[in-house]
Design a protein around this ligand. Sequence first.
Ligand code: ADP
Ligand code: MG
Length: 686
Amino acid sequence: MGPQRAEILQKELGIFTFDDLLHHYPFRHVDKTRVTPIGAIAPGEEYIQVAGILSSFELIGERRGRRLTAQVRDKTGVLELVWFQSISLIQKVIQPGQPYLVYGKVSFFMGKPQMVHPEMEAWDPEKLKGKDYLEPVYPSTEKLKAKNLGGRQIGKLTAALIVHLTERDLPENLPLKMRENLRLMPRFEAFRNIHFPQTTARFEAAVRRLKFEEIFFAQLRMNLLRWERHRFSKGVVFEKVGELFNRFYKDCLPFELTNAQKRVLKEIRIDTGRGKQMNRLLQGDVGSGKTIVALLNMLLAVDNGYQAVLMAPTEILARQHFQGIRELLEPLPVEVAILTGTTKGKERRALLERLVAGGIQILIGTHAVIEDPVRFQNLGLVIIDEQHRFGVAQRARLWDKAPIPPHVLVMTATPIPRTLAMTAYGDLDYSVIDELPPGRKPIQTVHRYENDRSLVMDFLKAEIALGRQVYVIFPLIEESEKLDYENLMQGYEAIKTYFPEPQYWISMVHGKMPAHQKDENMRRFVTHDTQIMVSTTVIEVGVNVPNASVMLIESSEKFGLSQLHQLRGRVGRGAEKSYCILLTGKKLGNEARERMKIMTATSNGFVIAEKDLELRGPGEIEGTRQSGALSFKLVDIVNDRAMVEAAKQQCEQLLKEDPDLSLPENGVLKEFLRSQKGKTAWSKIS
Ligand code: ADP
Ligand code: MG
C-alpha cells in the first residue's frame, strides 16, 4: 500500500499495523450461497442476494434525474435495478443477457422491489460450491471509500494478510486447560474464522473465542495490578487505633454505626495497617452513611501522625463536608481546613504554608487540593467523594504528593453495576455499605403528568403547612447554558406564582451563580428561613437537609435513572414520611416511560444501576467513559454478562493458583501480556 492510503487508513480507522488490521473486524458477512428467489422478497428484508439473467439497459430521465435501469429475472419474478452514478462505467463492464449474482439493499418502489447501486458479480453456480462463501464486509468511512478503501477493499487487504500468516505469527495466548474447559477455538483459527469463516458455526465460535480473550485479558491486567499492589507496593502504616479515633467513637458519634459501616471500617483498618497501599472503592447507596466512615478513616490517619484529604466534586459539597466535619470534631484537638478554587490570595498562601508545615491535619476541598503548588508534610490518606466526577488522571496526580503513595479510598454514591465494577475497577479492592441507617421511612415515589400540576402544588403547600421543606429541581440540558438558565428562571417564576411572598420564601441555586450567593441561598434553606429550594442539578450530590420531605423533579423525562435516584436520595433523611414526585409531559418516549416505571417500583440503587446499564449501555455510565477501560471491540458488557462472569472466575482461579504466572502452562499468558505492553491507555488506571 502506498503512503497516501496508509496515512488515511491510520487517520480514519486507527489502523497502523498488521495487528490493527486483524483486529478490525467485519460487521457482517454476506452469505454468498444464500440466494433469495425474487418472488419471495418481502418488505422488511434488508440485504439480500438474488441470481438471474440481466435484461438490457435503459437510460431514462434528463440531466439530474438521469438514471440507468435494468431488470434481473429468475424463475419467480423480476427485480428492478437502478444506478444514478458511474452510468457509463456500468454500461461498459456489465453485460446484458448474462447470468448475474446481484447483492444489495432492497427497497420497495410503487409496490415493486428494487435495488439501487447493487453489487454485481458474474454468476457461476459451480463457484458457490466452494468453501469460503461467507464474505466479510468491513466498517469504512466516506473518506476511505473515496480512496478506494471501502468495506470490501479492506477485506481484500485482510485476506492478503491472512494468507501470509501462520500459527507462529498469531501464537496461542490462553493456557490449554482453560481453552479446553471453555471449549474455545485456538487463536489462529479464530482470527481466520472471524474474517473468513468456513461456516456460520465456525464464525460464531471465533467470535466467542476472541470475545473471551478480550474480556479475560482486560480483567487479568487489572487483577495483576491489584495483586502486585497487595504484594509489592509500599504503604504508610496506620498501626494503632489512637486517642482521637477512640474519643470520637465514644463521645462524639451521634448514632450507633450500622453493621455494614462497622464491617467496612474493619476492612479499611486491616488494609491500612499492612504496609501496603490501600486502593479501595467504597460503594454505598445514597444516604447509606459514607461520610462518617470517611471521617473515622481520616481520624485513624491523624492518630498515626499523617495528614488526610477529603476531595469533593463541587464547591457546595466541599463546604458542606467541611462544616459538618468541623462541627463533629469540635470537642477534639484536630485542625481542619478547607481549600477550594475560591480560596485566594493571602488566605491561600497562609493555608498552603500551614499544610506543608503540618499545621493542618484534615484538609477538605475540591480538585483544587491536587493542584501543583499544594504540598503536604506527610500525606497518608486521600478520600475521594463521588468519584465519578474525577478523571483517572486526576487521581494519579495524588501520587506525587508524598514519598510513599497515600492510601486511597474512592467513595461513590452512584452504584456501579457489578459487571461494570469488576471490569472498570478490577484493580481496586471493593467495599460496600449495603444497609441504610435504621429508622428511614421509605420514600413514596409517584409519577404525575403536567396537567396535574396544580394538584401537585397543593400537595407541596400541605407539606409546607406541616412545617416541612421541599425541593423543586429543573433539568440541565447542557447544550446551552443560556437556555438552561432561562428554563430555570421561567420555572422559578412559575413556582413563585404558586408560592407568593411573604407567606413563602424560596431559595434558588444554579451553576452560574457566584459562590457566596449560592452559599447564602443554601444556608437559608438549611436554617429553614426558606421552605422551597429551586435548583438545577447542582444539588444532586451531597446536601443534607433532614427536614425536607418532598423532592419534585420537573421534566423528569430529561434525567437519567441514576440522576433521578441521586436526587430522590436528598429526601427521606428525617423521621417523617417523604415523597418524590416525577413530573413529566404527557408525551413520553418508551425509554422515558420505562425509567419512570423503574423509579416508582424500586428504591434500591444497585437495581437501578443495573437497569440504567441495560437501558443506556456502558458508554453513558458516568465515570466509565473517560476510563477507557470499557472500550471493547467485541464484548458488549450488557449482553455478554455471562462471559464477563466466566472470565472473572477464570481470572481469580488462575491468580489463586499461580499469582506470578510462573507455571509453565501459564507462560503463554505472560508472553502475551509482555507483547502487549504499552498498547492499552489504561495500563495504570489508579
Ligand atoms: P452518603 O452515603 O449518601 O454520603 P451521608 O454520609 O451523607 O450519606 O449520611 C446520610 C445521613 O445519615 C447523614 O445525616 C448521617 O448523619 C446519617 N447517618 C449516617 N450513618 C448513620 C447511622 N449509622 N445511624 C443513623 N444515621 C446515620
Ligand atoms: Mg455523600
